[in-house]
Design a protein around this ligand. Structure first.
Ligand SMILES: Cc1cc2nc3c(=O)[nH]c(=O)nc-3n(C[C@H](O)[C@H](O)[C@H](O)COP(=O)(O)O)c2cc1C
Length: 332
């Protein structure tokens, strides 16, 4: 099926009308998450790309699909004790504890700088209680320079909030409904926890409360110890597992959710290569986010865009959208 389409497309594109054969540069990577357009489907993930500004000297921000800010809270958060990161086989554990400057400092100090770059910015919103989420969104509503909000109801590294919301459909529904009311100006994405028995239920629940898109998923609660010292390898004792180790698990979650909701899904977990991106899109993701891979190579998101064009071209895909959900459709 894909092969026939490719032959037809090539025949058309090499006709006298277009006057030349297509190349990888012609692959159309544009995607839309609901009403939001992105130049390509690769966004940098929350917590792994700072406030974007820190990466501006390393990466051409204008080449990214977009990025999601560090989690923003009502008041500044000092975060968890060191060490905050440790490497594990095929992955990484983190317990940063949502350290951030607080939403007011973000609006006053970071956003004015960010506005100078041609890159869509999504604000990741965090709270210890429902009112916190609402207050953070209210503080952002009055500011220019953002295209949307991502509600983090799934952080495993804080004692209050986070997973409490993401693990309970009733609480997830309530916080989504409250945030939806506050988020008048911009689309609202909800970032789900992978630690649920039925991802379809959580996905449908937040969709019903007005979420415009789902981000699937956050990190997996985990730990790493040094038995010789009888100590955890993280100051917080436990943390969140990310990186290639989680990709197969999260990929299934995206697929399960895609079968049950109509709103777009942003897939993330362990993406390192163009094939990883296309795997997520084939099970139903509209676009993806890249997290841990930025720690190994800060330029990974920019580089992946080029690789994605070549990989699509080699796979006879001329628009990224034609792959979306194809996996499910074809296994019947
Ligand atoms: C150091 C670190 C900090 C993170 N901070 C946040 C955060 O503030 N808010 C959030 O929603 N997710 C946060 N995450 C989760 C990532 O956005 C992403 O969901 C997760 O790492 C899985 O993707 P990956 O395997 O590509 O890293 C963080 C992850 C890491 C590694």
């Amino acid at each position: 099926m894909l092969g026939l389409r490719a032959i037809l497309c090539r025949a058309v594109s090499s006709s006298p009308a277009s006057n030349r054969a297509r190349t990888a540069a012609d692959v159309d990577l544009k995607v839309k998450v609901g009403s939001l357009p992105f130049r390509n489907p690769i966004l940098a993930a929350s917590g792994t790309f700072g406030y974007g500004i820190e990466f501006a000297n390393l990466v051409d921000l204008g080449k990214l699909g977009g990025f999601v800010t560090k989690g923003l809270s009502r008041e500044p958060i000092a975060g968890a004790p060191a060490p905050r990161l440790c490497e594990t086989p095929s992955g990484m554990l983190n317990a940063v504890g949502l350290q951030n400057v607080g939403v007011r400092a973000f609006v006053e100090q970071k956003l004015p700088v960010l506005r100078k770059f041609d890159v869509p910015v999504i604000a990741n919103v965090f709270g210890y209680c429902q009112e916190d989420y609402v207050e953070v969104i209210r503080a952002l509503e009055g500011a220019d320079g953002l295209v949307g909000y991502e509600l983090n109801i799934s952080c495993p590294n804080v004692k209050k909030g986070g997973l409490q919301f993401g693990g309970d459909p009733v609480m997830a529904a309530e916080v989504t409904a409250a945030a939806r009311k506050a988020a008048v100006k911009r689309p609202l994405w909800v970032k789900l926890s992978p630690l649920v028995a039925d991802i379809g239920l959580m996905a449908r629940t937040v969709e019903a409360e007005g979420a415009d898109a789902l981000t699937i998923a956050n990190t997996y609660p985990a730990m790493a110890v040094d038995f010789r010292r009888q100590k955890s390898r993280l100051g917080n004792q436990t943390g969140g597992l990310s990186g290639p180790a989680i990709k197969p698990i999260t990929l299934r979650l995206v697929w399960e959710a895609w079968k049950t909701v109509k709103i777009p899904i942003i897939g993330l977990g362990g993406i390192e290569s163009a094939s990883d991106v296309l795997d997520y899109i084939s099970v139903g993701a509209t676009c993806v986010q890249v997290g841990t891979a930025s720690f190994i190579d800060p330029e990974v998101s920019e580089r992946l865009t080029g690789q994605l064009r070549s990989t699509c071209f080699e796979s006879n895909l001329f628009t990224i959208n034609e792959l979306k959900g194809r996996f499910s459709a074809e296994i019947g």
